[in-house]
Design a binder for this molecule. Structure first.
Ligand code: FE2
Length: 379
């Protein structure tokens, strides 16, 4: 077999052969916008008609989404429905606005239907046929989904029918059928690792969360295990006028604000936390701390509690797919002790000063100075 070397290789041939992204090639055929932003407001981004799925949509690639995951906003028109779909990638969904329902077909032919409103979230069992319906005749409904389509389409690239038209069924992904009506199973582990296993949470704002003092003032959290997914998921709560401790972990934690308003600061080690990246948020804002790793810290300046939902990459507490997930067991351990967290006593004092100014702008009392002083932390 001869190799025919030439004086000048053909740049067009090299371009066509190298650097392909099967996932990006696929989404380029979808006819909807693709947003590449640090953060997006899922309430207001412009959508376009989505011929494949019905309704309107847009792909959302926030900077820290990781190579494994994407997000997209899918709008169901007033009085309308989306097309039935199934896919061999995982999908977790949060309801940004509107009211409606989801129908999911189980391998035994049983149809599970549940109704949702803003603040609800659910999982789609792997490769299950499903469809959304808008329950209002006048208001659109917006859902934001996080999926591992980039990985799965990348793995099987030229076989899209394998991803979107595959008869394989996964009955164990459906779990207890009561999970589709909002019931679940609590597994007590330890602070920050307690688990809520379900397929549907009707209202994340009112889900009871166990305390997680190690992550900061007024904090509580629970890990969510949906439809036997290998994706990570949790919801965190922190009180009015408080902020969490900074920490870092691998990219891919797609953070969706559920309630409250405030901001997050993001920076790399050695950078100025106050002058690197700031994301201001309110319900429906989506962002993700990038790799680097990126320290990030969340601040609640609203009169009520703030909650955010995280849909992240592999692994979760139940299923370890990536070994790196084991290291995330140190997200609430001081960096001085080999962990990934900045304790309050080690943070830049300007962080509290900025927070007090931001709270004052909103007429929200900050409780952080008293909280720190009560624990002997000087400012
Ligand atoms: Fe985090």
């Amino acid at each position: 077999m001869a190799i025919n070397m030439v004086d000048a290789p053909d740049p067009e041939a090299i371009k066509a052969y190298h650097g392909r992204s099967p996932y990006r090639e696929f989404i380029a055929t979808e006819g909807i916008p693709i947003y590449e932003e640090y953060s997006v407001d899922c309430n207001t981004i412009e959508l376009e008609p989505w011929a494949r799925l019905g309704g309107r949509g847009a792909y959302v690639h926030v900077t820290g989404r990781s190579d494994y995951l994407n997000a997209y906003v899918h709008e169901v028109p007033p009085g309308g429905e989306t097309k039935v779909e199934q896919h061999l990638f995982e999908k977790l969904v949060y309801v940004v606005s509107g009211r409606g329902s989801t129908a999911i077909e189980a391998p035994n032919g049983k149809r599970h239907t549940f109704e949702w409103a803003p603040g609800a979230a659910f999982g789609i069992p792997l490769n299950a046929k499903h469809q959304y319906f808008n329950g209002s005749g006048s208001e659109p409904a917006r859902l934001v989904a996080v999926t591992d389509a980039p990985l799965m389409i990348g793995l099987f690239h030229d076989s899209r029918s394998f991803i979107f038209d595959n008869p394989m069924q996964f009955p164990t992904r459906f779990g207890d059928e009561r999970y589709f009506s909002g019931e679940g199973k609590f597994l007590q582990v330890r602070a920050g690792r307690h688990q809520w296993e379900t397929n549907f949470v009707p209202d994340l704002k009112s889900l009871e969360l166990p305390v997680w003092h190690e992550r900061g003032a007024g904090g509580s959290s629970i890990q969510l295990s949906w439809v036997e997914t290998i994706l990570h998921s949790h919801i965190s709560h922190f009180d009015s006028g408080t902020y969490k401790k900074a920490h870092f972990h691998n990219a891919g934690a797609n953070i969706i604000l559920v309630s409250g308003h405030g901001y997050s600061l993001l920076w790399h080690a050695g950078e100025d936390p106050l002058n690197t990246v700031r994301v201001d948020w309110h319900p429906g804002v989506l962002f993700a701390p990038p790799d680097g790793p990126t320290f990030h810290q969340h601040f609640n300046t609203s009169a009520g509690p703030a909650r955010y939902l995280v849909f992240g990459p592999f692994s979760n507490r139940r299923y370890h797919v990536l070994e790196g997930a084991r290291a995330d067991d140190t997200v609430d351990v001081s960096a001085k002790e080999g962990g990934r967290q900045v304790e309050y006593e080690d943070e830049d004092p300007r962080i509290l000063e900025l927070f007090e100014k931001e709270c004052a702008k909103h007429g929200t009392p900050s409780t952080m100075r008293e909280y720190l002083e009560a624990r002997g932390i000087k400012r």
